[in-house]
Design a protein around this ligand. Structure first.
Ligand code: MRU
Length: 354
């Protein structure tokens, strides 16, 4: 089945760009970490796990092109590189997870007395390892989640939690993909996901390319379809999951989860362990990214509203009571999430095949 490749490390730099999809498949090679930070902010790459991969590669680029003459000089620059990359998308915790991981590896090497050349090489290896691990964890999430999908009928998702969002097979779409590969006959309802239209532009494109049947709907049709009695499950991704299971995901997910409960449709989240933020007790502590009003008043550069104030919180938080289960690469968490998520976080990590 076709799997999109939203990001690639090459000797020339980091290759990515999904902004023109579905009309055009283009890519651009980013050679500077400042450019990578700008690319993350401007949605050249998006989706929490893929943002993490981009941040790791951004760090590797920064280190590769650094003019530092000593490890001490590089350490100072390293802090600056991570700082720039961290100020891009505040909700997606995978970004901070990836920066932390790169910092940890850097310190390990520095303390072992590694040369500058070795550190440069190893940072690239670490970024590639982050990418490979995302691929492996998506596959595992897909296997765990597929069991919860109906054998046939409709399922719903939100935004884009596919290959374009994770650099693997996708989390929510990975679950749907694995279920289809196992023989489930699924038909996916895809809300367009205003204002940025990740559903219409990206999820519809990925499913179509993958040969998975779908129907595109507008966001205000969600309740209508959930009430029809035909939707067997909802599966979405997440940008940050608090210790108690409250989960931030694309704006519109909360109302979908509430309507799911009202209509007895199980609502599931699929996300890697790197999306857990056990340092915060609940969803009230999740920072919500505010994006530009122009993304609401305009669609792809065309004004659709008068010049009035517009709000654009990019994410909302679904309280844990609406979530039937959370699929991770280490297993399935259910309520009480405080215990189940802590247990999964302490379980052995899924390693990438070498
Ligand atoms: O603003 P985006 O496009 O980065 O938002 C993406 C989402 O909300 C996804 O559902 C989430 O990051 C999970 S991606 C596997």
């Amino acid at each position: 089945m076709y799997v999109a490749q939203p990001i690639e490390w090459t000797d020339q730099g980091v290759v990515m760009d999904q902004r023109r999809l579905p009309a055009e498949e283009v890519s651009y090679t980013y050679t500077d970490y400042h450019e990578v930070a700008k690319a993350i902010r401007e949605m050249v790459i998006r989706g929490a796990p893929a943002i993490g991969v981009a941040a790791a590669m951004g760090v590797a680029l920064g280190v590769q092109h650094s003019s530092a003459k000593s490890v001490e000089e590089l350490r100072a620059e390293f802090t600056q590189i991570c700082d720039v990359l961290s100020k891009t998308r505040p909700t997606a915790v995978d970004l901070f997870w990836a920066l932390q991981r790169m910092k940890g590896r850097f310190e390990e090497l520095a303390q072992a007395g590694a040369s500058l050349a070795c550190i440069r090489r190893s940072m690239i290896e670490e970024a590639k390892a982050v990418h490979a691990e995302k691929q492996a964890s998506d596959e595992a999430i897909g296997r765990f989640g597929a069991e919860f999908m109906p054998k046939n009928g409709e399922v719903m998702t939100q935004c884009n939690a596919g290959a374009l969002a994770t650099a693997g097979i996708g989390t929510a779409l990975g679950v749907i993909r694995v279920a289809c590969e196992q023989g489930h006959k699924l038909h996916v309802l895809v809300p367009e996901t205003r204002p940025y239209l990740q559903g219409a532009r990206l999820t519809a494109w990925e499913l179509y390319r993958g040969g998975i049947p779908l129907t595109l709907i507008t966001d205000n049709m969600v309740g209508h379809f959930l009430k029809s009695g035909k939707v067997g499950a909802i599966v979405t991704g997440a940008d940050r999951i608090a210790a108690n299971g409250d989960s931030a995901n694309k704006i519109g997910t909360y109302q979908m989860a509430v309507l799911a409960k009202e209509n007895n449709v199980p609502f599931y989240i699929a996300a890697p362990i790197s999306t857990l933020d056990l340092s915060i007790p609940d969803g009230d502590h999740i920072p919500i990214e505010e994006r530009s009003a122009e993304e609401v008043t305009h669609i792809q550069g065309v004004r659709i509203a008068p010049d009035v104030p517009a709000a654009h919180p990019a994410f909302d938080v679904t309280p844990n009571r609406y979530i039937r289960a959370i699929f991770t690469e280490r297993g399935v968490a259910t309520s009480p999430y405080l215990d189940s998520l802590r247990e999964l976080a302490a379980a052995p990590a899924v390693r990438a095949a070498r």
